[in-house]
Design a protein around this ligand. Structure first.
Ligand SMILES: *[C@@H]1O[C@H](CO)[C@@H](O)[C@H](O)[C@H]1NC(C)=O
Ligand SMILES: *[C@@H]1O[C@H](CO)[C@@H](O)[C@H](O)[C@H]1NC(C)=O
Ligand SMILES: *[C@H]1O[C@@H](CO)[C@H](O)[C@@H](O)[C@@H]1NC(C)=O
Length: 582
């Protein structure tokens, strides 16, 4: 009997012993856990995500070239057709009418020419003035070293809204490293933008002194490209992968802007530059201004490259945005990797998902982006439960009953009557959300908070993933209360072989009125959360061993010393969309 079988057996026994005391039950599980020399299996199909994007099987990583064409959304992604570990990478391709229901097509780009024979890596799509999308991607052209060049591919049949066939013209590669560029660190072309008769795009790289750089290349015809001597921007971070560069409306408006929109006539356009840090494995961005003549980008916050404002403080990498002309919005895709072992990935036959696409726009403060799950995801909502005006006393928790929550959408508004009891922020941890959450996790009682949700929790709550807030009074006196948002998966599973660090970010919100909201998309082995209307986001991968399928529960908890009111909580079961035949 497998370890999971043993746990299931323990459950059955528990049911038979209905009436047996809690103690007996806990002992039973402990005995079971101890007996399980091998950890509980995570191969259970009930742990497979339901409404997050994924193929039927195998390994996936970076989203590539998201685009909209003739009524269809397209997503391409790095995919191993042969297994659940990285390798043999091709561009898999799926199409959708609504960004939620997906149909898999055959791979769009596979190694086939000298300049991509050893790899078809990440890239982006650009819409030509006649409406045709063009893909630019990184090819590896040597077997021994990862020597990287950039290639282009065009749709073979522009009348085909599904863009099934892609052609690689004979003038590939169109960009090769040179002039001191490190050929093994030269990849991931962005969507190109056009101004004054020139196309421009960025390619990520690193200098000899370990500065991440975004090189600008310019072209009149999309065939001959030349590098602008100075990069658009650089910072002392190590290699920049998957750069993304796009304009946003400065006024806090949700509407997105096409990538080639120019600042002239729109005085208040700002730019976002995002890079994926190869060394630290996360995506950070800055907001700033772009000088087209000088081909330079300057972050508004001079310390922006050190502060590392992130799209997401959890598992979220190699992201890319695109402009959706159908709904005039900018949408962000990002890859979420696994928290289990490669051996487990091989056993379960799949690894990696894409986060739910998010609409992104500039916050009214101008200092950060806001992100929110695309509205289409709400079409998956089914049976619901509501809580209203429920006070959660210190040390108390409340179960959200009446629906299955292994696959759910939860939206909750909290109200804290008084912030008087907020803990003082330890100056040594000021500014370091990650360490702060590590030191003050969900189990550490606080003043105001921790309060939030326990999701994917077992009935006895031995297993639970906490998504919560904790409010501090500022370390150096004065100023507004500091709000920490944290996901603590350290109790998410009895399986010891998981990567489950706490993830955290500060929430730049004024909580002096006591109000803060939290939305969490739960999907069997994903917990994707949006704090304060999308100011701080955290995606976490968890593999419960008890809180699986019907056994997954949802609670609101308060481990602070002050009352917390749930002004309103709505939770919905989420249906499974068409998902590439998965
Ligand atoms: C191009 O696509 C259209 C629309 O799908 C189809 O009707 C037509 O047969 C295709 N042409 C070729 C040459 O495949
Ligand atoms: C290129 O980058 C690789 C990986 O960082 C490094 O090992 C190598 O020394 C670099 N080559 C040059 C010429 O800088
Ligand atoms: C995701 O997996 C964890 C655990 O293996 C690693 O620590 C992360 O570096 C990895 N993230 C990415 C983006 O590769």
């Amino acid at each position: 009997m497998g370890a999971l079988g043993r746990v299931a057996w323990a459950w059955l026994l528990l049911l038979q012993l209905a009436g047996a005391s809690h103690v007996v039950y806990e002992n039973l599980l402990e005995v079971e856990a101890a007996a399980a020399a091998v950890p509980p299996s995570i191969v259970d199909p009930l742990l497979r995500t339901g409404y997050h994007f994924q193929p039927r099987k195998n390994w996936i990583n970076d989203p590539n070239a998201p685009l909209y064409y003739k009524g269809w959304y397209h997503i391409f992604y790095q995919y191993n057709p042969k297994g659940a570990v990285w390798g043999n990478i091709v561009w898999a391709h799926s199409v959708s009418r609504d960004l939620i229901n997906w149909v898999a097509l055959k791979p769009a780009i596979e190694p086939s020419i000298p300049s991509d024979k050893y790899g078809c890596w990440s890239g982006s799509a650009t819409t030509m003035p006649d409406g045709t999308p063009t893909i630019m991607y990184t090819g590896v052209n040597r077997p021994d070293v990862n020597y990287q060049v950039q290639n282009v591919a065009y749709p073979r049949n522009r009348s085909d809204p599904l863009l099934r066939e892609w052609a690689k013209p004979s003038h590939n590669p169109i960009i090769v490293p040179g002039g001191g560029v490190n050929a093994t660190q030269f990849r991931d072309p962005t969507t190109a933008w056009r101004a004054g008769g020139h196309w421009r795009l960025l390619i990520g790289s690193v200098t000899g002194s370990a500065r991440g750089v975004a090189y600008v290349y310019r072209s009149r015809d999309f065939k001959r490209w030349t590098r602008v001597p100075r990069p658009l921007h650089s910072a002392a971070t190590g290699m920049w992968e998957c750069p993304d560069f796009y304009p946003v409306e400065a006024a806090g408006r949700r509407e997105g802007l096409e990538t080639s929109v120019s600042g002239s006539g729109r005085a208040r356009v700002k730019y976002v530059l995002k890079n994926s840090l190869d060394l630290r494995r996360y995506d950070y961005y800055t907001i700033g201004t772009y000088d087209r003549r000088a081909e330079r980008y300057v972050p508004d916050d001079p310390a922006g490259d050190e502060r590392h404002l992130r799209y997401d403080y959890g598992n979220f990498y190699a992201s890319k945005t695109f402009y959706d002309p159908a709904k005039r919005r900018r949408i962000l895709w990002g890859w979420a990797n696994e928290s289990d072992t490669s051996a487990d990935d091989v056993a379960k036959g799949w690894a990696g998902i894409q986060a739910i696409p998010r609409t992104v726009w500039l916050d009214r403060s101008g200092k950060q982006l806001l992100q929110w799950p695309i509205e289409e995801v709400e079409a998956l909502r089914g049976k619901s439960a509501t809580l209203k005006d429920r006070v959660i006393k210190p040390g108390q928790h409340l179960e959200v009953m009446g629906l299955q929550t292994a696959q759910a959408d939860v939206d909750v508004s909290f109200e804290v009557p008084t912030l008087a009891g907020a803990e003082r922020l330890d100056p040594a941890l000021d500014g370091d959300a990650q360490r702060l959450c590590g030191a003050r996790g969900a189990a550490v009682e606080g003043g105001v908070g921790p309060f939030g949700l326990w999701v994917l929790a077992s009935a006895d709550r031995r297993e639970r993933t906490a998504v919560f807030f904790r409010v501090f009074s500022p370390a150096r006196g004065g100023g507004k209360p500091v709000v920490l948002m944290c996901t603590d998966p350290t109790k998410s599973s009895l399986n010891p072989n998981l990567y489950q660090p706490t993830f955290a970010g500060f929430v730049d919100t004024d909580i002096s009125n006591g109000k803060i909201s939290l939305r969490t998309l739960i999907d069997r082995s994903v917990v994707e959360s949006f704090g304060a209307g999308g100011k701080t986001c955290i995606l976490s991968r968890v593999y419960p061993s008890l809180a699986i399928g019907k056994n997954a529960r949802l609670y609101v908890f308060n481990s602070g010393k002050a009352d917390v009111k749930v002004s309103r909580l709505m939770a919905w079961e989420m249906k499974k969309p068409l998902m590439n035949g998965a």
